[in-house]
Ligand binder design. Structure first.
Ligand SMILES: C[S@@+](CC[C@H](N)C(=O)[O-])C[C@H]1O[C@@H](n2cnc3c(N)ncnc32)[C@H](O)[C@@H]1O
Length: 282
């Protein structure tokens, strides 16, 4: 059965149906060159459903009863690569902003940060660790980090706060010791679990950026890094004003290293550093 499944090919018609669905549901754009990659990522879904061709898979995933499978499909299509302390210069910008706000925070003010497209949580935990390093009594202040992703599997993973050695790349020894407990898993591999003081600063939720955003906004900082790179210009352009609306007037918005807001002033932003944007004051 396994050998037969290996040979199931994704035909162009099914690929197009899947690409259209992915675009509608999540904004992901799947170009024709990705067909082999999509084929290999989806073969395990066919296996799980005991289907032996992509036509039947498309019929099912597009049907009314395919709701759960549509989630599985999007999960299989997303790219979840992330690292701790990725693009460190953004954390330095965040820290200088937080230091300015510290007197207000100590006076009962709030600090809210959003990691939008958080993958398995390394970005949000990097923020939490940086904040802890800068403000050791942070747990007494009103500070919260919201971390969201469309992919339920990464959100579930992030909630465990448990990382293999490979995923800990970028976390230096003293931070590992300070903010993680070390265990050995069933395969005799080292694992690291984020300590509750940093993990509890973060709330992990499922959220599709294309859908409605139930949060009230007023974020001091939003990280949406290495997410919109998978979207086309139309989807990106629709997101910029929504992010702008979610930010405080003195907030900051970070994109990934290969992402840009073309003509930021159109959306009320100015570029204040590499892939860093701040709202233009009225
Ligand atoms: C490459 S990861 C980036 C992780 C992290 N922000 C970083 O820079 O390391 C991209 C993430 O965006 C998520 N994503 C893709 N489309 C999304 C959507 N429509 N809504 C929310 N998250 C989405 C994916 O599930 C994936 O976990």
């Amino acid at each position: 059965m396994k050998t037969a499944m290996k040979n199931v090919n994704l035909d162009k018609h099914s690929f197009q149906a899947i690409a259209d669905l992915a675009y509608r549901e999540s904004g992901l754009t799947l170009v024709d060159e990705k067909i082999m990659m999509i084929q290999s990522r989806l073969r395990h879904r066919l296996r799980a459903l005991k289907l032996d061709n992509f036509t039947d898979y498309c019929d099912f995933v597009l049907s009314e009863s395919g709701y759960d499978e549509r989630k599985q499909l999007i999960s299989a299509l997303t790219t979840n690569v992330s690292h701790f302390f990725r693009e460190n210069h953004h954390f330095e910008v965040l820290l200088s902003l937080v230091k300015q706000k510290l007197p207000t925070l100590r006076n009962g003010g709030r600090l809210r940060i959003w990691s939008a497209g958080c993958s398995n949580g390394q970005e949000a935990l990097s923020v939490a660790i940086k904040l802890y390093e800068a403000i050791p009594d942070i747990s007494r202040l009103d500070v919260r980090i919201l971390a969201t992703d469309i992919d339920p599997k990464v959100v579930q993973f992030a909630r465990t706060g448990c990382y293999s050695e490979r995923l800990m790349n970028g976390v230096v020894c003293d931070l590992r010791e300070k903010y993680f407990s070390q265990d050995i898993d069933l395969n005799d591999e080292k694992t690291y679990t984020a300590r509750s003081e940093v993990h509890s600063l973060v709330q992990f939720n499922e959220l599709n950026l294309l859908g409605s955003w139930p949060m009230q906004g007023n974020f001091d900082a939003i990280f949406c890094r290495n997410v919109v790179i998978y979207f086309d210009a139309k989807t990106q352009t629709a997101l910029w004003p929504r992010f702008h609306q979610m930010l405080k007037s003195d907030g900051v918005f970070f994109l990934g290293h290969s992402e840009r807001i073309a003509d930021p002033s159109t959306f009320g932003f100015r570029c204040s550093g590499p892939t860093t944007y701040t709202p233009i004051m009225a």
